[in-house]
Design a protein around this ligand. Structure first.
Ligand code: FRU
Length: 492
C-alpha cells in the first residue's frame, strides 16, 4: 500500500493520487476543518481524523500547523475520544486565542448503548473545552454544556461550537435540529468563556432543512454572514445537488443586541457547487483576511466515492485556503495569494489546446467579449468538461474517472452571466474551479488514468491563458509517521 510508512520529512505528493498543494491525512480519514486559528506565529488547521478510513468514526482531531500556509508540520492527534464525555467522537469545533492561550471548544459525542433513535434520546452532545499554551499540549478536558443546557424544542442533535469575540463579548454558535423539523443555529454568550448563557436562535420562518451543521457567524466588512450546512434540502436543477449542502445566509439586519433572528431562505447561496465540499470553517489571520478551509469531501454519499485512495489507505482532503470577499453583494472566494509561491515554472501554452506535463498546475484563462449565450470553458483530459453557456455553469464527467460523479449545474450570478475568467487548480486527484474571480466555485475529486500529464482544451474566445506548474507543499510528518498518536495531554 502506498504511503503507509512515511516517517520523517516527506513531500506530500507520494503515491499515485496523493496531493501536492492540498492538506490530506497521512493515512486514514480526514473531514471537517476544526479549530482554525493563527496562534504564536503559526496557522493551525485541526480536522476530523480517524483511523477508520471508510467511516471516519470515531473521530479525533488531527493537527497541522504552518508558519506560512505553505510549509506544514503534522502534529498527530490533538484530541482523542478517550473519556466518558466524548467516547463516540471528538466532533467538530473551533479555536479561540487570547492571553497567550489557545482554547479549543468541541462536541463530545456520546451514544448510549441500547434501543434508541439517537435523535430524541440515547445521545449526549457535550460542549467540551481544552486549553494549550504552546498549541501542542492540551489541558484536561472540561465540560461546559450538556443536553440540559440546550433550549426547549431541540432534539439531541446540537453540535459544532464556533466561538468568536465581538464588541468585547464572547459568543458561541451551535448547529441544531429542532423537534419541529427545522434546522437552526443557536447562540450563547459568555464573559469568561467557561459559563455560557443561551442568547438567541437563528433560523428560517419556513423549514430550510431539518438540521444545520457547522455554523459560522461573522461580519465581513460590516455585513453579517451565517455559514451553515443544512441537511434535508430537496434537490433542484441548479441547486442543492449534493447529499448535504454548505452555504451562507446574508444576515443584513442581524444584531447581537436584538433577539432571535429569521434568516431569509432566499438569500441562501451555496459556497461551492462541486461534488466534494462540506463543513467549511473560517477565521481571521494577522493580515486581516477572512480565510476559509472546506472539507473537499461529502458525508454519507453513496452515489460516488473515492475507491482509488481508499485502496491506498487514505480518504479526503482540505480545499486550499481561500480568502473571502464581497463582490456585487455576493460572497466570493479566491485561493490565498501565498499559493503563487508554489508556482515553479510557466508551462508553455499557446492556442486553445495542449498537453500539460505536470501533476499539479494552475490554469488562468481570460475570455474576450461578453456573449452570455456562447459556450466557454475547458476540457481536462478525456474526463472532465466544465462549460458555461446560456447563463449556466456545468461540471460534467465524461468517463468513469469521476468514480460515480456525473453532473453538477449552477446558474451564473451577475447581471451579465457570461464566463469572463476561469482559474483551475489542478492537483493530482482534486480540482478546484473558480469562475469569474470566485463568484462560483466547483470542487471535485477526479481520478485520471495518468496524473502526470493532462490534455487541455479551452473552449470559446480566449484572450489570455497561462499555465503554471506547482511544486508540492512541504509536509513534515516528523515523529508521528502515519499513526494516530493520541492526546498529548497533561500540561496546564
Ligand atoms: C459534519 C459533521 C459535524 C460533526 C462531525 C463529526 O461533517 O457531521 O456536524 O461534528 O461531522 O465527524
Amino acid at each position: 500500500m502506498a504511503d503507509q510508512n512515511n516517517v520523517g520529512k516527506v513531500n506530500s505528493g507520494q503515491g499515485k493520487y496523493r496531493l501536492q498543494i492540498h492538506l490530506m491525512p497521512p493515512a486514514g480519514w480526514m473531514s471537517d476543518p476544526n479549530g482554525l486559528c493563527y496562534f504564536k506565529h503559526h496557522y493551525h488547521v485541526f480536522f476530523q481524523y480517524s483511523q477508520n478510513l471508510e467511516t471516519g468514526k470515531p473521530s479525533s482531531w488531527g493537527h497541522y500547523s504552518s508558519p506560512d500556509l505553505l510549509h506544514w508540520q503534522f502534529d498527530g492527534a490533538a484530541i482523542c475520544p478517550d473519556m466518558e464525555w466524548d467516547r463516540d467522537g471528538a466532533y467538530s469545533g473551533s479555536a479561540f486565542t487570547a492571553d497567550g492561550k489557545m482554547e479549543l471548544f468541541y462536541t463530545g459525542n456520546v451514544k448510549e448503548k441500547g434501543e434508541y433513535d439517537y435523535i430524541l434520546d440515547g445521545r449526549q452532545a457535550n460542549v467540551l473545552y481544552t486549553v494549550s499554551r504552546d498549541g501542542l499540549h492540551f489541558s484536561k478536558k472540561q465540560r461546559l454544556l450538556t443536553n440540559a443546557d440546550y433550549p426547549a424544542g431541540y432534539t439531541l442533535h446540537v453540535r459544532d461550537p464556533k466561538v468568536f469575540r465581538k464588541d468585547g463579548g464572547c459568543y458561541m454558535a451551535l448547529g441544531g435540529r429542532r423537534t419541529d423539523g427545522r434546522g437552526a443555529a443557536i447562540l450563547y454568550e459568555s464573559a469568561g468563556r467557561k459559563h455560557w448563557h443561551f442568547c438567541k436562535e437563528l433560523t428560517t420562518r419556513e423549514p430550510f432543512g431539518y438540521m444545520w451543521e457547522c455554523p459560522d457567524l461573522f461580519q465581513l466588512e460590516d455585513v453579517w454572514v451565517l455559514i451553515c450546512c443544512p441537511q434535508g434540502l430537496a434537490e433542484e436543477k441548479y441547486r442543492f445537488q449534493n447529499r448535504y449542502q454548505s452555504g451562507y445566509f446574508r444576515c443584513d439586519d442581524f444584531s447581537l443586541r436584538r433577539g432571535d433572528y429569521l434568516c431569509d431562505r432566499e438569500s441562501f447561496e451555496e459556497l461551492d457547487y462541486g461534488f466534494d465540499f462540506y463543513a467549511p470553517q473560517t477565521f481571521t489571520d494577522p493580515k486581516g483576511r477572512r480565510l476559509l478551509f472546506g472539507w473537499a469531501g461529502i458525508p454519507e454519499e453513496k452515489r460516488y466515492g473515492n475507491g482509488p485512495t481508499i485502496r491506498d489507505g487514505w480518504q479526503h482532503a482540505m480545499t486550499v485556503p481561500r480568502e473571502l470577499f464581497w463582490n456585487h453583494g455576493r460572497l466570493c472566494q479566491r485561493p490565498v495569494k501565498e499559493l503563487d509561491e508554489l508556482r515553479i515554472k510557466r508551462v508553455p501554452y499557446e492556442g486553445n489546446s495542449g498537453m500539460i506535463k505536470a501533476q499539479a498546475f494552475d490554469l488562468l484563462v481570460e475570455f474576450s467579449g461578453i456573449h452570455p449565450r456562447e459556450k466557454r470553458g475547458v476540457l481536462l483530459g478525456d474526463d472532465v468538461l466544465f462549460v458555461c453557456e446560456n447563463g449556466c455553469a456545468e461540471l460534467k464527467f465524461l468517463s468513469d474517472a469521476g468514480c460515480g460523479r456525473t453532473l453538477r449545474s449552477a446558474r451564473m450570478r451577475t447581471a451579465d452571466p457570461a464566463l469572463r475568467s476561469l482559474r483551475v487548480l489542478r492537483d493530482t486527484s482534486l480540482l478546484e474551479i473558480y469562475v469569474n474571480d470566485g463568484e462560483l466555485v466547483f470542487t471535485t475529486r477526479w481520478y485520471p488514468k495518468s496524473v502526470q500529464e493532462t490534455a487541455l482544451s479551452l473552449i470559446g474566445p480566449v484572450s489570455a491563458a497561462e499555465v503554471w506548474e506547482f511544486k508540492g507543499m512541504e509536509v513534515d510528518f516528523g515523529e508521528y509517521g502515519n499513526t494516530i498518536t493520541g492526546n498529548r495531554g497533561g500540561a496546564d
